[in-house]
Design a binder for this molecule. Structure first.
Ligand SMILES: [Zn+2]
Length: 300
């Protein structure tokens, strides 16, 4: 087994097809790569160096930086989206948020964080009045590549998936529409309440798109360090996914049969939601009884 060092990661990325001037939309799980340089902070800084030694001044990297929300019937006054809000999208996104040179888009729940090249202009139209994934239109117009480092699993999706749902109008019917909120400061620094009107929902079934992406030669695989990784042309992968979801909007339902996002929406499932909610209620009652009386769920 070869030792994973800065130069070997750089070579792995070049072998995957990363070039000078590229705009990269990235998902990354650095722990899967097996690269460590002194401490956590130095390791993440080295990652940034690696990217920009390849991309140069004109290249950019962008990652999701989605943030916490509350239900409209349970408002949290102190939950305000700002440039520095922590994200649930992983260590590298949070590391970039702390970098003063990075730019964050102003969408209050589905912001992205990016650095390098023309990043200000890439992100300028992604804000409280735009759709949640509209930034992908700009990325695709700039011939962005979608890179997944160590994130080929059943949690992360090929990057274009939620944008394709947006283009098809599916996101306008998500479960929870009108009830998911956060506070934010608008461009004039006035505190406002944001209500989410569109969302891609659950991502756990996104892995089902790898088949069509492979058959259409829209994805290439390789290793970055120890991490199984993939790269896609932004526009072409979008076209392949769009065609699949146009034919079957339920292709990307996840494997959890109790998932409300995938199985609880009338728009996606029609009258199948009736048996779904009966199952869901029975499951909830079982859970409560189990907690109270220690009853086992096991069937004999
Ligand atoms: Zn689901």
């Amino acid at each position: 087994m070869s030792i994973i060092i800065k130069e070997s990661i750089k070579n792995d990325l070049i072998n995957l097809g990363i070039k000078e001037g590229d705009v990269l939309y990235l998902t990354i799980d650095t722990l899967n790569v097996g690269f460590f340089n002194k401490n956590r902070s130095t390791t993440l800084n080295t990652w940034l160096e690696i990217f920009f030694e390849i991309l140069g001044e004109k290249g950019s990297i962008i990652l999701s930086a989605y943030t916490e929300t509350f239900w409209s019937f349970n408002k949290k006054k102190d939950l305000i989206f700002t440039r520095c809000s922590k994200t649930s999208n992983g260590a590298f996104s949070n590391f970039l948020i702390k970098n003063k040179k990075a730019v964050r888009s102003r969408h209050p729940t589905n912001s992205v964080i990016g650095i390098g090249g023309d990043i200000e202009n890439i992100l300028i139209n992604h804000h409280e009045h735009s759709k949640a994934y509209s930034v992908f239109k700009e990325l695709i117009s700039r011939k962005a590549k979608f890179l997944m480092i160590g994130t080929l699993d059943n949690k992360n999706t090929p990057q274009a998936m939620h944008y394709c749902q947006e283009l098809l109008g599916h996101n306008d019917h998500f479960f929870g529409k009108g009830f998911i909120q956060t506070y934010y400061y608008d461009i004039n620094n006035v505190l406002k309440l944001f209500t989410l009107k569109d969302s891609g929902g659950c991502s756990r079934g996104g892995y089902k798109l790898y088949g069509p992406l492979i058959l259409n030669k829209a994805i290439e695989f390789g290793y970055v360090g120890n991490a199984f990784s993939a790269i896609m042309d932004g526009e072409y992968s979008k076209n392949v996914i769009l065609k699949e979801l146009k034919n079957n909007k339920n292709l990307i339902q996840c494997d959890n049969k109790y998932c409300i996002s995938c199985y609880g929406s009338f728009y996606k499932n029609g009258f199948k939601v009736i048996p779904f909610y009966i199952r869901k209620i029975i499951e909830q009652i079982k859970k409560i009884l189990n907690k109270k009386y220690g009853m086992s769920n096991r069937s004999y």
